[in-house]
Write a protein that binds this ligand. Structure first.
Ligand SMILES: [Zn+2]
Length: 343
């Protein structure tokens, strides 16, 4: 079993995080990667460094305007008089058809869903490196590996084809899924992060070749609020190929495992060639974002159940923030996955 990681994300160190009207330090810090890498090794995985990211694979998911924005935004922002150290939007094209602006402040609002995805000098570079790890993991599955863990940071599941949000810039799961489709079969993406995988849902909402499923804290009360509700089932060819399983804020192991059973039945019916797990660990009871109360043992049980689907699986890191249990939670998940795979 392999963990795909080779550094290169440390320069993305966001500082701005707006919580209930107060500016706090971001919980999506470089130290997460070091903790997660150590935990993966404790679980018995061996590290493999990824090759450079294939930008064509990223462009297969994300729009040209958005990639152009991400790659040049920091320089354009810094050229503004009195610019702050990070790009944070202060205006959005809300709830109406909108035209594409020219000014960097307008483009920021167009492409950044919220204030939780500040862009610093090394953000684009880190996002590309992170997507490269997911792509490398997909390559390993195409080569015939049974399962692989891609330690992606920054995370990806809130990123749409043309919009960042919630610490995410490029949708690592979507980029990997598109690459796995080259084999000709279907791909399922199961998102167990405490937040709805809204970007992934949005990218595949009109498609039936990628089944998207997400178990998360109910967006009636929790980020990302506007997406991730049970009634969102997909549209056009994608009708019925998106399944949201929201749970009340504060839900624990039993509720999560019951929802997972529903998700696993849907995946079995779809019978994909590959499974991607959007592996957020922020549903944990001690996570600073406080959305659910899943335990460390609960993550092991979740992993065992997913492993029993017996699908070639790519685990892609999403959320899970600095708390003493972060490493233990990943170790429990990866160990549980190995147990679930053993005969
Ligand atoms: Zn999350």
């Amino acid at each position: 079993m392999k963990v795909i990681y080779g550094g290169g994300d440390e320069g993305h160190d966001p500082s701005f995080f707006l919580v209930r009207g107060q500016v706090q330090s971001s919980t999506e810090q470089p130290e997460r990667a070091r903790i997660l890498l150590e935990a993966a090794k404790r679980a018995g995985l061996t590290q493999e460094e990824p090759a450079g990211a294939d930008t064509n694979a990223i462009a297969a998911i994300h729009t040209p305007e958005y990639l152009d924005f991400l790659s040049g935004a920091y320089e354009a922002w810094q050229a503004l008089p009195g610019a702050g150290p990070e790009i944070i939007p202060n205006i959005h094209p809300a709830r109406a058809p909108a035209s594409y602006p020219r000014a960097i402040v307008g483009r920021s609002g167009y492409h950044q869903a919220d204030t939780a995805c500040p862009i610093g000098p090394k953000t684009y570079e880190a996002a590309i490196v992170s997507a490269g790890r997911a792509l490398h993991g997909a390559e390993r599955l195409l080569d015939g590996e049974d399962w692989v863990y891609a330690l992606c940071r920054p995370p990806g599941h809130h990123a749409y084809a043309d919009m960042a949000g919630g610490f995410c810039f490029l949708n690592n799961c979507a980029v990997a899924a598109q690459s796995l489709l080259s084999d000709g079969g279907g791909v399922a993406i199961l998102d167990v992060d405490v937040h709805a995988g809204n970007g992934t849902q949005g990218i595949f909402y009109r498609r039936s070749d990628v089944l998207t499923l997400s178990i998360h804290a109910d967006p009636l009360d929790y980020y990302p609020f506007f997406w991730g509700h049970a009634a969102e089932r997909g549209t056009a060819d994608g009708q019925g190929y998106n399944l949201n399983l929201p749970l009340p804020v504060g839900s624990g192991d039993d509720a999560f495992l019951a929802a997972l059973e529903t998700a696993c039945r849907r995946i079995a019916l779809f019978a994909p060639d590959y499974l991607i797990v959007a592996l957020g660990l922020d549903a944990h009871e001690a996570d600073p974002l406080q959305g659910m109360t899943v335990t460390t043992q609960g993550f092991a049980a979740i992993a065992r159940r997913i492993a029993q689907l017996r699908l070639p699986s790519l685990l892609i890191q999403e959320g899970g923030y600095l708390a003493p249990a972060l490493g233990d939670n990943l170790e429990a998940f990866l160990t549980g996955f190995q147990e679930g795979r053993s005969p």
